[in-house]
Structure formats: C-alpha cells, structure tokens
Design a protein around this ligand. Sequence first.
Ligand code: CAA
Length: 393
Amino acid sequence: MIEKMKESCLPVGIDGICVATGSFVLDLHDMAQYRNEDAQKYTRGLGQYHMSVCAQDEDIVTMAASAAYPLIKNSTEGIRTLLFATESSIDQSKAAGLWVHKLLNLGQDCRVVELKQACYSATAALRLACSHVQAFPEEKVLVIASDIARYELDSVAEPTEGCGAVAILISANPRIIKVGSVSGIYSEDVMDFWRPNYRTCAIVDGKYSTKIYLKSLKLAFGDYLQRGGLELDRFKGFCFHTPFAKMALKAYQTLKGSLDSLDEKILEPALKYSRTLGNCYTAALYIGLASLLDSGSLAAHDKVAMFSYGSGCVSEFFHLELVPGFEKWLCSRLHQERLVQRKQLSYEQYRQWHQWQVPQDGHLHYFAKNIESGYRLRGVEDHKRLYEHVMNS
Ligand code: CAA
C-alpha cells in the first residue's frame, strides 16, 4: 500500500515540451582570452563551453513565442491558461505572456499571468497548472519559462550567463511524462541572489548561493522522503536546477555522498544543452529535462528526479514518470537545429550588446535586424514594445 502511494503520479503531466534560445552564441574560450584567464576554469571548473546571447531584437517574449509555437501550431484547443515564469521581467505591471498570447493567436478566452520567485517560478507554474488540469481535465495549460541571465561585465558570475525559454503544455492523459504526486519543499528568507527593480544585472553572493542551493536540496529531499517519496536508486535520470553544469554534479554528490565516473555518465544527458546555452534561470531545469528526454537514454515508465531551486529561496524536489511512446512527441530535431543555427558572436560584440539598453525616452526607435525569420522585437514607440513575426522568404 505504502509502495503504491510512493509510485503514484497525478493523472496529468507534460503533453509537449519545446526549447528556444537566443540567435547568437559566445565561445567561453574567447571570454577567457579577453579576461586573461585559463579557459579550463570555465570548461572544467564550471562545466560551461558556450553561452547563448540575445540580439537587440530578441527578448524573453520572442524566445517564449519561439518555444511555444511548435506546441500550438496545429491546435490551441483547450488552452485556457498561459502561465509565464520569468525573473527578467520587461514590465512591472503587464504580464509578458500577453505579448506571447497575441503573437501565437491564442483565444481571447485564455487567461494570462506572470509568476516570479527567481528560478523556482516555472515549477510553481507547473504545480498550479497540474492542479488546474486535475480540476478541469478538458482544459490545457501552457506554461512558459523564459529568461536572460545577466551579471556585471568582468564579474566572476559573468561566465555563467546565458538565455533560453521552454514551453510546456500541461494536460490530462499526457503523451510524454506524468508528474509525481509527492513533493518536498524548503523555503527560507536569504539574500544569495537578487535584482532590485532599478538594476538590469543581478547581484549575487556567489559562493554563499551555492551553499544555500545545496542546503535547500538536502532539506527538500528530506521532506520529499518523509512524505513518501522514492529513494535515490529508483531514478533513471536526474535533473537539478543548473546555473552551471558543475552545480548539478555537486548536487548529486551531496545527495549520494560520493560521485564517480558512472554517476557523471548518468547526469550528462540532462546537462548537454546547459553546457552550451548557459544559465537560463526559470527555464534551466526544464531545458535540462528536454536535454535528458532528447538524449534517448530513457525508456517508458522510467522515473526522473527533479530539483527546482530559486534563490531567495524556495526549492522543491519531486519526480516524473515517462509515458509509453513518449519519444514520438519530442522536438529533439528542432532543438538540434536551433542550437546549430546560432551565429557566432565575437567577445567585443558581446560586450557592446551587454551594455545596450532599450531606449527609455519614449520616442520611436527601430532596432537593427539581426533575426531573419521568427519572432522579433521590431522596436519601441511611446514606451511600448513592438513585436513582429518574420516569415521565411
Ligand atoms: N582549471 C580547472 N578548474 C579550475 C581552474 C582551472 N584553471 N580554476 C578554478 N577552477 C575550479 C575551482 O576549483 C572551482 O571548482 P570547485 O567548485 O569544484 O572547487 C571552480 O573552478 C570555480 O572556481 P572558483 O571556486 O574560483 O569560483 P569562481 O570565482 O569562478 O565563482 C561562482 C564561481 C561563485 C559559481 C560564480 O560563477 C557565480 O557567482 N555564479 C553565479 C551564481 C550562481 O550561479 N550560483 C549557483 C547557486 S544559486 C542558483 O542556482 C540560482 C541561479 O540560477 C543563479
């Protein structure tokens, strides 16, 4: 009976999952050269090789729309809620999801809300979506997490920057993965990473943040076990919130008490995208899940451990269970294309873009066209962002 409870998953879960990122990529070797540092500090020390970069005509809305479009292009039926998770808000009042709602032509009978709690809010959105679909099984919820990780130039955190979005369709009888009913939670008021409203870059107490992350993991996992969760040896895959790939290895080592090369092999499939995209804040955990699913290393009924961490801090440990035939519904090929098609950016160009900000004078400004097709931020006028969908010519 207890065993049965441990196994139990909600009758809802992920019916579609798709990732998008910025159209440019920076090689961390170039950053190391500029900073006169050993590149191995980034590749081996942090586990990062590249970072995705958004052009001036891209932002959290354009990435979000690109992530969601493949999931809704054939049908928007049943989608009555869009939950947008981000910590790179573009407006203090209006939900970024409303621009996405328009770009995707979602129905006017679809509610739209933005959620915030650092990198954790995508998991809050997933939980709310699952509860909603349990109550209204004929409805679907589109969860989108989209972020641009930005730190001060020349700071120790700079090599962990990145950007990306993930869209997740939550439904009853999901085609990809069911969400486990048990979850362990740990929250505490701490100042490890934050961004006051007047700042464009986050402030981070880096070493402290890694300590709080690991403390939260231990306590959230303890809570998960106490509530009837599964032991570690039951999982075939692991997704930890990944601010940089090495953090996931430290997380696993903390839970298991050791880390050998076999463990690293088990963790690697979930880290592949992260190593080249960089930190994607709210989207990072679920981009890790997409990376793991796309890797082909899992089979039907396998269970995946998930650890969500949002600085400040709130964390949650839970599990997922793969549905037979899940492979057919993945966007694996599109993900590969999106990664490969990114254009190389020089470090000098990256620094210029880093310092650029959307003009705040209220006049009309059109932005340089860096995006040839897809969703783009055309400019601003009267303090309003102007978006467009550029079709392939
Ligand atoms: N060759 C190989 N490895 C090297 C090396 C070299 N030449 N030089 C250093 N290293 C190794 C170090 O030994 C160290 O490894 P271990 O951690 O395994 O000991 C690693 O590289 C990092 O080096 P440092 O300890 O010198 O740390 P750093 O100054 O590079 O800073 C950091 C690392 C604090 C994580 C910094 O990148 C940072 O502030 N990042 C942003 C904050 C962050 O991501 N926090 C994570 C938890 S909070 C969270 O998860 C929320 C979120 O998304 C932000």
